[in-house]
Design a binder for this molecule. Structure first.
Ligand SMILES: Nc1ncnc2c1ncn2[C@@H]1O[C@H](COP(=O)(O)OP(=O)(O)OP(=O)(O)O)[C@@H](O)[C@H]1O
Length: 447
């Protein structure tokens, strides 16, 4: 049975329309103003909203129009007076699905509702199919550690329990969180990452919970927080060990009750959010030292997944490197030379997959032709031209040119093609660098 939310300030219309729609087999909840409508929308999660645009207290169509986006996760049918075509079109521009002129003809109402519910049904089916489709979770690897991790994600992704991902920096914790989200029924909903250590403590509450206009200097208008943005999806708390103690208390309340209070607000607001958290720190140690609240830790912990260091899955290094090359937006297809594969296998990767990715990406930018060599990778990693294998230089001039080309390409890759920054790195003026690039054929001449 579908639930319809009917919003109108005329009691007689509410009664009649609700009775008619109930006779068609729907469940109907009614609201007489915007605030009540928002509240019921949160609580009842209707499949369709029928919305009168002119209601108390404002009695302006603007106030009604402002409601449309808030309900747009489901089809919204606006009810307008007969002569208000322009208003109806504005409502559609705001995200409404259809409109009906008042006085509403019962048969037309039945038809429009059936059509909107059919759309809703298709959307839900699509979301279910997306969630059920085997996902390419982007996790590359055939090592036992990765296969185990993938299997765990498949099993616990669909569960609603909180998950904590533990592992060294750059080992793929965020990727695991995304894969958990994709494997859950929330997969079509939002995935919202929060890097707890990157947001100043005094801003974190308003970032997470949102704030109301006027709640502090500079709060010129109401602002939604990240919890609201994650409603119906997954909130990823990265580096959760960095969460300031005062925020731990407030988030704990949300984890327990499912509600939070925006900064400057009085009413608790509900959000349907699954929380996945991650850290490379020893949280139990932090609990023992009093830096992390024990109750917060236990609420968050749920199930624990561990991402292995790259050192524990060396067999994946070559596969990962090949994938990173394939992912590059290039016209030519690059491949790894045999000596590059050998070099990759010998290295230690303290920065884990993130470091490997950076080295492969920079090495690819340095490669001449379509083969990435060990020398390219070694240079990319150390930034030291001495790492370059001594290419048999025919003449000194050729060797110098090759070295210039490599150093310039590396500096450009490292600075995201910023000419001034690359010139500074190389100890050149910007104009000097541009001239050299032209001479080396790294840049077309002319303006
Ligand atoms: N198994 C994997 N397959 C493909 N790419 C991976 C894999 N693991 C990690 N990566 C890539 O490595 C990089 C770092 O991964 P991610 O950001 O998930 O690490 P993290 O553990 O969350 O890091 P940090 O602790 O520093 O936040 C990303 O570019 C990610 O796509």
């Amino acid at each position: 049975m579908s639930t319809l939310l009917l919003v109108d300030d005329e009691p007689a219309f509410l009664r009649l329309a609700a009775a008619w729609l109930e006779k068609q087999g729907h469940r109907v909840v009614t609201a007489a103003d915007g605030a009540q409508a928002r509240d019921l929308f949160q609580r009842e999660r209707p499949d369709l909203v029928l919305l009168d645009l002119v209601m108390p207290p404002e009695r302006t169509p603007e106030a009604g129009l402002a409601l449309v986006p808030a309900f747009a996760a489901v089809p919204v049918v606006v009810l307008t007076a007969h002569a208000e075509h322009e208003l109806a079109l504005r409502a559609v521009a705001e995200g409404a699905w259809d409109f009906l002129a008042k006085p509403v003809e019962p048969e037309l109402l039945r038809f429009v509702v059936a059509r909107a519910l059919a759309k809703r049904g298709l959307e839900m089916e699509l979301a279910a199919l997306r969630a059920a489709r085997p996902q390419d979770d982007g996790m590359v690897g055939v090592s036992p550690a990765i296969l185990r991790l993938k299997e765990m994600i498949r099993r616990i992704g669909p569960a609603e329990v909180p998950v904590m991902v533990l592992g060294p920096s750059g080992s793929g914790k965020e990727l695991v969180a995304r894969a958990l989200h994709a494997a859950s029924p929330r997969g079509a909903g939002p995935f919202v990452p929060v890097h707890c250590g990157a947001i100043p403590a005094e801003l974190l509450e308003s970032e997470l919970f949102g704030h109301l206009k006027g709640s502090f200097t500079g709060a010129h208008q109401d602002r939604q927080g990240l919890l609201a943005a994650a409603d119906g999806g997954t909130l990823f708390l990265d580096e959760v060990g960095e969460m300031p103690p005062a925020m731990q208390v407030k988030l704990l309340r949300f984890l327990q009750e499912g509600t939070y209070t925006p900064v400057g607000g009085r009413q608790p607001v509900a959000a349907d959010v699954r929380v996945v958290s991650a850290t490379h720190r020893d949280l139990e140690g932090m609990v023992a030292q009093g830096a992390l609240r024990e109750d917060f830790y236990y609420r968050l912990k749920g199930l624990i997944l561990r991402t292995p260091a790259l050192a524990e899955r060396r067999e994946d290094v070559a596969l990962l490197a090949a994938r990173f090359l394939a992912d590059l937006p290039r016209h030519r297809r690059l491949r790894l030379a045999p000596d590059a594969l050998a070099w990759l296998a010998e290295q230690e990767w303290p920065g884990n997959v993130r470091e490997l990715r950076a080295v492969v990406t920079t090495g690819a930018a340095l490669a001449e032709g379509d083969v990435v060599t060990a020398a390219d990778l070694a240079f990319a990693r150390s930034g030291d031209p001495a790492a370059l294998a001594p290419a048999p230089p025919a003449t000194l001039a050729e060797a110098v040119t090759a070295l210039e080309r490599r150093m310039i390409t590396a500096a450009l890759a490292a600075t995201g093609n910023n000419h001034s920054a690359a010139a500074r790195r190389l100890g050149l003026s910007r104009v000097g660098l541009l001239k050299m690039m032209t001479r080396l054929g790294l840049r077309r001449s002319g303006p």
